[in-house]
Design a protein around this ligand. Structure first.
Ligand code: S3P
Length: 423
């Protein structure tokens, strides 16, 4: 589906942001590990989380939708011995987290995915799991991954990159391994796994960038998922750069390991207010008010990168409207996402007039630029590129055509409807 975006006259009103993708994946996976019955409210119906749901079904869970986004997971008959073929679709989180879950259970499984997922690096999870004694078959560390589950032994592992998927994979293997498994990261990455496992009574302790877990039985409990700050980011940036905007985004997850976008926007001078902060299921949430702002350039590097890694494409659009030079460094892992997010972002933003230059580990943007638009752009099968280009289109002088926009369904099927509701 190709769509055309035209210049906006201002965004006003309020939106409820869709469920967090990372937390939704974990809610389904961990419910499946309880061996009991759990209800999850506000579960993401993006294609990635539906892949996770289909996997737990194949593994023997009974999954019922009680209402839209409200599911009941009965895992009393799950994880029986056998051979399973598990389709992760486009979802790196499903493939990497299930690797840890499955490697430590006595079953044989094959994890496979779509073309993009089959090219993404899996060595980062296979190596530590093999150190724990896991048995993998793979083609140069790429999917499909064949896992012969086994009893594992604990490790003390230092991850070379700050990655929540790698950390979570090892912790989930450790959850079913006698002894203490320890993971140390160079910087703290998102900690939803640790928070939810603790909520479900696992023996897990975190201090700064070190997490330790012991074999634990999880207690079945109900989970409510908060809104996704990574989805909110497109609205936050749009409201800050489109003239005459003033919006409220409701129920946004405000976990500190995810709020790098708020810190950067405030540093750039954006008018953001946090309203009504609260805690639910061990996660902070709140509402955000954002108004059109005068922005200045910043440097983005080091420990903040994992706190805003998924927001960098839309931050590039924001930086095009900030006066001065914005430099993003230490973000080389962007090249391993659903697309090479550095190369693809730079080439498409250049087409509409953004002054952006590629570097090995990020990009440099000169602002503030009056964007011409008047171009046809590609999203490279990448949902976050598609939505970032849409936001850029809202401030271009002439319309922008975005090809294959349906890729937004991976995380945010309601995107168009919600953003149009603010116009
Ligand atoms: C995720 C972790 C991040 C993020 C991805 C979701 C997660 O990936 O980019 O969208 O749910 O754990 P990395 O762990 O590869 O940085």
């Amino acid at each position: 589906m190709n769509i055309t975006v035209s210049k906006s006259k201002g965004l006003t009103g309020s939106v409820v942001i869709p469920p967090d993708k990372s937390i939704s994946h974990r809610s389904a996976m961990f419910s499946a590990l309880t061996g009991g019955v759990c209800e999850v409210r506000n579960f993401s119906t993006g294609a990635d989380c539906i892949s996770t749901l289909n996997i737990i079904k194949t593994l023997g869970c009974d999954v019922e939708f009680l209402a839209e986004k409200h599911i009941r997971i009965d895992s009393r008959n799950a994880f029986k011995k056998g051979r399973y073929k598990l389709d992760c679709g486009n979802s790196g989180t499903s493939m990497r987290l299930f690797s840890g879950i499955l490697a430590s259970r006595e079953i044989e499984s094959t994890l496979f995915g779509d073309e993009s997922l089959s090219k993404r690096p899996m060595k980062r999870v296979i190596l530590p799991l093999e150190l724990m004694g896991a048995k993998f078959k793979h083609n140069d560390y790429k999917a499909p991954l064949i896992i012969q589950g086994a009893e594992l032994f604990p490790i003390d592992y230092k991850t070379p990159i700050a990655s929540a998927q790698v950390k979570s994979c090892i912790l989930l293997a450790g959850l079913n391994t006698i002894g203490e498994t320890k993971v140390t990261e160079p910087y703290v990455s998102r900690d939803h796994t640790e928070r939810m496992l603790k909520y479900l009574d696992a023996d897990i302790v975190t201090e700064n960038n070190v997490t330790k877990i012991k074999k634990s039985k999880l207690t079945p409990k109900n989970i409510t998922v908060c809104g996704d700050i990574s989805s909110a980011a497109f609205f936050m940036v749009a409201a800050a750069i489109v003239p005459d905007s003033d919006i409220v985004i409701k129920n946004v997850g405000l976990n500190q390991t995810r709020t790098g976008i708020i810190d950067v926007m405030q540093q750039m001078g954006a008018d953001i207010q946090i309203l009504d902060k609260r805690t639910e299921c061990n996660e902070e949430t709140g509402d955000l008010r954002i108004r059109t702002s005068n922005l200045k350039a910043v440097n983005i590097e080091g420990s903040i990168i994992p706190r805003l890694i998924d927001e960098l494409p839309v931050i590039a659009v924001l930086a095009s409207q900030a006066s001065g030079t914005t430099v993003v460094k230490d973000a080389q892992d962007l090249r391993n996402k659903e697309s090479d997010r550095i190369k693809c972002l730079v080439s498409e933003l250049q087409k509409i007039g953004v002054q952006i230059e590629e570097t090995p580990d990020g990009f440099i943007i000169e602002g503030k630029t009056n964007l011409k638009g008047d171009a046809e752009v590609e999203c490279y099968h990448d949902h976050r590129l598609a939505m970032s280009l849409y936001v850029a289109g809202l401030i271009c002088n002439k319309p922008v055509c975005i090809k294959e926009f349906q890729w937004v369904d991976i995380s945010f099927p309601e995107f168009l409807q919600l953003i149009e509701s603010l116009a």
